[in-house]
Design a protein around this ligand. Structure first.
Ligand SMILES: Cc1ncc(COP(=O)(O)O)c(C=O)c1O
Length: 546
């Protein structure tokens, strides 16, 4: 269990690529090679030129010609150059790269759910609508809010939807107000959201503990403040313990408290934002509730809010058709409100009759595949399991903190929640920066942590292990980080020039971002590229029948 300076176990994690020298398929191409063999034609041939007219292609495209095994090996080898949560720990702070349980994938592929078509009438879609309704109820229960929309397709999209609700409510009170307060530790999407919703952004400086300075807040909130956007726990992994008082200060001036709930994986089962004064918040299903990120799948950023914001929810809203509940604007209320226990199996339907709604924010109903996965995760864990995952996520982050604190500078000493943020202060004094340490981590077989974010920590190393990691994997990571700290002392060039185990070493990241080369172009007319070939035409031939 204990990590020792001498244990060489990390070498076992180094994972050189199968091949460092994979040519492009175009470069490997050889005329006449095929990856398929078709049986003889058992129908009369047709003349494609006669059939297609002008659309008939006279020459074949410049496509690579390879055998099946060459293609399989090429793409399989390329796949080994990627890092994935299925290969090892992915400590990318703020992103919550937790394991995506296979049961989620199994459930989301059940035919009746996977094939549900958005144009299918509500009456024939009751199964998937029940899934959506149950997920809504679970998320309301978890957050302690009154109502929810699942439509937004990502966290930032949830922020946008949530601030539209804030704006619509202020407008209904006669004044949309002018500004939104945002702490300096916030994710960049928060100020972007406020600006895109037409608000001025006013910065709130964090105090020495990384939280909100209540006196500064009280001075800054005025009659033109629409809301404070607060991430809790913050991006430095600190729980805002004064959250009640913050809500009181805002509410006293008629302003609202928006919570960026992207870090709910540190709170689920322990505390509920609805109980500590939050008016509106978003969740990231692709973080807290284990649905895949990015290339692995689309996101989902549900927005939960208090009842007074319900008339403004985006359309459509899921309702129980036989519910006799009507909200203040006369339209049927959301299915999860006023229908009592979910044992009432009256039909569900989408309601578009919402005169105060901010309108549509998404085609159809949101990323339903993600809803199924998130619900599977919630039901598979149950209330106690969800609480346990929260505790494990916090424990894992604090274990890493305790094991690295003597080698890496910890600018905020406040108790860590789900992630720990070090700075490169000690290593930078020896000429090695956070980005270089992160690249060296690749040689030890780990995905890098988040580099240089949040901005309030100069040279940040933001590490979020999540609850998925075993003690063994955490120890391997800790050993790697300790070994790198030693290298910084003894062989700094080794770290500065990393990675060394990858196909290409350090890239010029500015050039790569500004002048990306995304397309292969032949430099000359290489012989191995498929020559322009006339497409066979002519009278139909007799073919043997099978
Ligand atoms: C604190 C915080 N807010 C907002 C977001 C934005 O979420 P998304 O990337 O899904 O748009 C993130 C993403 O990691 C986040 O960590």
């Amino acid at each position: 269990m204990a990590t020792t300076e001498t244990a060489p176990r990390t070498t076992g994690k180094v994972r050189p690529h199968q091949t460092q020298n994979e040519a492009l398929t175009f470069e490997k191409s050889s005329p006449g090679k095929r990856a398929y063999k078709l049986p003889p034609l058992d129908v009369p041939t047709v003349d494609p030129a006669a059939l297609l007219g002008d659309a008939h292609r006279k020459t074949a495209g410049l496509l690579p010609e390879l055998s099946e095994i060459e293609i399989i090996r090429h793409f399989t080898r390329l796949s080994t150059w990627n890092y994935a949560i299925d290969l090892g720990m992915y400590p990318l702070g703020s992103c919550t790269m937790k394991y995506n349980p296979r049961v989620n994938e199994f459930v989301s592929r059940i035919e009746g759910l996977a094939e549900a078509h958005p144009y299918r009438p509500d009456a024939l879609s009751q199964g998937i609508l029940e899934v959506i309704d149950l997920l809504q109820r679970c998320l309301i229960d978890i957050t302690g809010m009154d109502t929810i929309t699942l439509q937004p397709a990502a966290g930032a999209h949830g922020e946008f939807t949530g601030i539209l609700l804030v704006r619509a409510w202020h407008e209904s009170q006669g004044n949309p107000r002018k500004k939104i307060l945002i702490p300096d530790s916030a994710h960049g999407t928060n100020p972007a959201t406020a600006a895109i919703c037409g608000y001025q952004v006013e910065n709130l400086k964090s105090n020495a503990e990384g939280g909100i300075d209540l006196e500064a807040l009280a001075r800054q909130v005025d009659d033109e403040t629409a809301a404070l956007m607060l991430t809790n726990p913050s991006t430095i992994g600190v729980f805002e313990s004064q959250i009640h008082k913050i809500a009181d200060i805002l509410h006293a001036k008629g302003a609202l408290l928006y919570m960026d709930g992207a870090n709910m994986n540190a709170l689920v089962g322990k505390v509920r934002p609805g109980d500590f004064g939050v008016d509106v918040m978003h969740l990231n299903l692709h973080k807290t509730f284990s649905t895949p990120h990015g290339g692995g799948g689309p996101g989902s950023g549900p927005v939960a809010c208090k009842a007074f914001l319900e008339p403004f929810l985006p359309t459509p809203v899921l309702i129980r058709t036989s519910s006799d509940r009507h909200d203040e604007v006369g339209a049927p209320g959301p299915s999860h409100l006023g229908t009592g226990e979910s044992t009432t199996h009256t039909p569900l339907a989408w309601s578009y009759d919402r005169p105060h709604s901010v309108g549509r924010v998404r085609a159809f109903y949101g990323n339903t595949g993600m809803f199924i996965r998130a619900l599977a995760y919630i039901l598979a864990n149950g209330p106690d399991g969800l609480r346990q995952t929260t505790e494990d996520a916090v424990l894992n982050a604090n274990y890493i903190r305790a094991k690295l604190e003597d080698l890496y500078d910890l600018p905020y000493k406040t108790a860590s929640m789900h992630e720990v943020v070090f700075s490169d202060k000690r290593q930078a004094a020896k000429g090695v920066k956070t980005g270089e340490i992160a690249k060296r981590l690749i040689d030890y077989g780990f995905h890098p942590y988040t580099v240089s974010f949040p901005l309030i920590v100069h040279g940040a190393l933001m590490i979020e292990p999540t609850e998925s990691e075993s003690l063994e994997e955490l120890d391997l990571f800790i050993e790697a980080m300790r070994a790198i700290a030693k290298e910084v002392d003894e062989t700094p060039e080794l770290v500065k020039t990393a990675p060394h185990s990858t196909r290409v070493s350090k890239l010029d990241e500015v050039q790569a971002a500004r002048k990306p080369i995304l397309r292969w172009r032949p430099t000359e007319s290489p012989a191995h590229v498929i020559p322009a070939q006339p497409v066979p035409s002519g009278p139909p031939e007799e073919q043997p029948t099978a």
